[in-house]
Design a protein around this ligand. Structure first.
Ligand code: APR
Length: 321
């Protein structure tokens, strides 16, 4: 049986950590790609990781390269290329630099791995997924953004800290863009089936919501650059669902036309991920407060996409859906 192939674009903190989690799960062969100036870094990290294989007992080739020809036949491409945040920056401050990078990466992937599913991690996420879609010309079901898995995991981690219980038992849901206006849904959060509202006071739940929203910023402030263990784990959770055709329901930035009244943008929603990529958006009932928050979040996503379209007019206009 042929092993799956995962290409990770960007061999920096997030990219190398994606390779690490993916190798540990034995998801398939891994190709770590960076720019020619950083080819040594990509090759060095790949070799270092492969030398852990005898001890960690994974059978996966890990290679580094600056040549997109090495991504041919990838099943999944994880895009982490781009600059991360520094203290005091918002994700939106990265847009001018990262749109150029993600555009160029996506154009190259469209040539070298035209049948892959692309998982975008670069920030500002919602604008970068849009950029990857337009620049690659991929159908919308083969482009997804990683944000919701991370944001939900942060929310679950903070709830578990408050309850002193296992993170495994917390189920949670979250919608909207990847920013301070993401929409956590305490009403859909449970602890081994028990609604969280029965276990924690509202003020504590709200504090966990706020900490999840600002969790990325909290980490940037502490270590001077943006997070990578959990963002990479989110991307690899998605890659696993696709490669193993698990049909998992995960919160992803997925293309929504009529769903949630979005009107043709990539926004964080629960969806089924399997071999076909993003196989179905799941619509859930929202009360009027939740819908208001969702509408605000969607309008922020539209503002970001507007900036991309104004900066790169060639990225405006419809391509395949
Ligand atoms: N092709 C391939 N790699 C590129 C390109 C390109 N065109 N442009 C930049 N890169 C590489 C850089 O050389 C660097 O090695 O992307 C890597 C980014 O790594 P880091 O600077 O360590 O940034 P990281 O923390 O990994 O974050 C990357 O993910 O979560 C998001 O907000 C984060 O946008 C940021 C991205």
């Amino acid at each position: 049986m042929r092993r799956a192939k995962i290409s990770v674009i960007g061999a920096g903190n997030v990219g190398a950590t994606c390779a690490h989690w993916a190798a540990a799960k034995e998801l398939g062969d891994i190709v770590l790609v960076d720019i020619p100036d950083k080819e040594g870094v990509a090759k060095g990290k790949a070799l270092d990781l492969f030398c852990a294989a005898p001890m960690e007992r994974f059978d996966a080739n890990v290679t580094g390269t600056a040549d997109y020809a090495d991504t041919v036949d990838s099943d999944v491409v994880i895009v982490t290329a781009g600059i991360p945040r520094k203290p005091g920056m918002s994700r939106d401050d990265l847009i001018a630099t990262n749109v150029k990078i993600v555009k160029s990466v996506s154009e190259q992937i469209a040539k070298s791995a035209p049948d892959a599913v692309m998982i975008v991690v670069s920030n500002p996420l919602d604008a970068m997924v849009y950029t990857a879609w337009k620049a690659s010309g991929f159908p919308t079901h083969r482009i997804v953004g990683q944000a919701g898995c991370l944001d939900v995991a942060r929310f679950r981690a903070f709830i578990a800290m408050e309850l002193g219980c296992s993170v495994e038992d917390i189920q949670a849901l979250l919608l909207g863009g990847h920013g301070d206006d993401m929409v956590p849904l305490p009403r859909y959060t449970s602890v081994h089936g028990i609604p969280v509202t029965q276990l924690l006071p509202n003020a504590t739940i709200q504090a966990c919501v706020d900490r999840a929203k600002k969790g990325g910023g909290e980490i940037v402030k502490l270590m001077g650059t943006s997070a990578y263990y959990a963002p990479a784990s989110g991307a690899v959770q998605m890659a696993e669902a696709i490669i193993r055709d698990k049909k998992r329901i995960l919160p992803c930035a997925a293309f929504c036309e009529n769903e949630y009244g979005v009107g043709g943008y990539f926004v964080g929603v629960p969806c089924i991920l399997g071999a076909g990529g993003m196989e179905k958006v799941i619509e859930i009932e929202l009360d009027s407060d939740e819908q208001t928050l969702m509408d605000e979040s969607i309008s922020h996503v539209k503002e970001l996409v507007d900036i991309v379209q104004k900066t790169f007019p060639e990225l405006a206009g419809k391509v395949s859906v």
